[in-house]
Ligand binder design. Structure first.
Ligand code: HEM
Length: 410
């Protein structure tokens, strides 16, 4: 899975996403922070212990400003093709790439729309979309649950909320998957980023000409009306909300279903007592964190991580999936236990960049799992779990396909 190079840098193989946990366990044992080489050649410090991970996510000396980050990508890139992964600046000026005070200014513009109270108003529409998707699956013996359900639910919800045409969801999926694919070449990533940027700029122009009752129109209006944000920031905001709003929840539904179907006792317990569902969702988030590592940060000054000092000007990744399997925090962490108190997991991050969409993700997951289990009492995996392929992404953890059978076993 991994080999040590001559300069003792731990090199993460392209396929480490298939089972990152063995590697995380070893790194956690050795040190609170380890210098590693990511697939394609980016040198970065990886933090895998829970306490240190949580502290790092809230540490103001770990920064995200995208212009400074771009220089560090170039400095720390050791890949053979001589180019770090492309960052399209038209799409990069969003809150997750910003430090204070820009971060507060940008996040404030959309915070209200994502509070638990506001999100709860979306419940009837999310239920309706879920029912439609499950209706389309009914009568079939076998489906790819990722295609027919786990992807379509969150992408439809976020497109409607933002005012992005739902008809464009397949193109959005391809671009977004490519941008997050650590095995894609710089040319392919470049092409997807360019196409997505052109699409987003076109959308902004269309909303400016013909505003609707949606978040994108409101943001375009805010940027035309004053100096609260500029056009690039509108485009970047919509890009972030669109990608963060579906890529992650797809994997919560996909990874959660897979984990459940692989644990018959846990599945039976949840089928028997639906009051376990909110706790089960937290456990799915802990057990198979849909975001495997948080996004890149860099040290603005020498920074202590446990007993290690990371010098200023280094790239840092926090392994959320590693922290949430730390035995010092969670008892028997490699076992799925939907009755455990999984609160405190880091799957939504921590600190100022804590996930804006957590209430929406939890609501979508609650409706999705409840209705899926009720509608399909015979739901089971249609392939051997070992045949299931994981995506090659160093940030996202999710399966490529999830073939399930819906009808009774004969
Ligand atoms: C930030 C996870 C769903 C919007 C984050 C972060 C994580 C995360 C780990 C912090 C990343 C970092 O610090 O580097 C998840 C998971 C989800 C989910 C596991 C689903 C299960 C959503 C949804 C939205 C969303 C539905 C919808 C809008 C955002 C935004 C940020 C963010 C805007 C950046 C916040 C900031 O920089 O202040 N998410 N997310 N997420 N998430 Fe989510």
């Amino acid at each position: 899975m991994s080999v040590s190079s001559a300069n003792a840098l731990e090199q993460l193989a392209e396929n480490f996403m298939r089972d990152p946990y063995e590697l995380y366990a070893r790194l956690r044992e050795d040190s609170p922070a380890t210098e590693v080489l990511l697939p394609r050649g980016m040198k970065v410090w990886l933090i895998t212990r829970y306490e240190e991970a949580r502290a790092a996510l809230a540490d103001p000396s770990l920064r995200k400003d995208f212009r400074a980050m771009q220089e560090l990508f170039e400095k720390n890139f050791q890949g053979e093709d001589g180019r770090p992964p492309f960052e399209e600046t038209v799409l990069a000026q969003h809150m997750l790439n910003s430090d204070q005070p820009d971060h507060t200014r940008l996040r404030k513009l959309v915070t209200k729309a994502f509070t638990s109270r506001r999100v709860e108003l979306l419940r009837p529409r999310i239920e309706e979309i879920t029912d439609e998707l499950l209706d389309n699956m009914a009568g079939k013996q076998q489906v790819d649950l990722l295609d027919t359900f786990a992807f379509l639910l969150p992408i439809t919800v976020i497109c409607e909320l933002l005012g992005v045409p739902v008809a464009d969801r397949d193109a959005i999926r391809v671009w977004s998957n490519t941008l997050l694919d650590s095995s894609a070449t710089p040319d392919t990533i470049n092409e997807a980023a360019g196409a997505m940027a052109a699409y987003m700029v076109g959308l902004v122009e269309a909303k400016r000409a013909e505003p609707g009752d949606d978040m994108l129109s409101a943001l375009v209006h805010a940027s035309d009306d004053g100096d609260s944000l500029d056009q690039n920031e509108v485009v970047s905001m919509i890009f972030l909300l669109l990608v963060a709003g579906h890529e992650t929840t797809v994997n919560l539904i996909g990874n959660g279903t897979l984990a459940l179907l692989r644990s018959p006792d846990q599945l039976a317990a949840l089928r028997a007592d639906r009051s376990l569902l909110p706790g089960a969702i937290e456990e799915f988030l802990r057990f198979e964190s849909p975001v495997n590592t948080a996004t890149f940060r860099f040290t603005a000054e020498d920074t202590k991580v446990g007993d290690i000092t990371i010098p200023a000007g280094e790239l840092v990744l926090v392994a959320l999936g590693g922290a949430d399997r730390d035995p010092h925090k969670f008892i028997d962490p490699d076992t799925l236990d939907i009755t455990r108190p999984a609160t405190g997991h880091l799957a939504f991050g921590h600190g100022i960049h804590y996930c804006l969409g957590a209430p929406l993700a939890r609501l979508e997951a609650e409706i999705a799992f409840d209705k899926l289990l009720t509608r399909f009492p015979d739901l089971r995996l249609a392939v051997d779990p070992h045949e299931i392929e994981w995506r090659t992404s160093s940030i996202m953890r999710g399966v490529r396909e999830l073939p399930v059978a819906l009808t009774p076993e004969t």
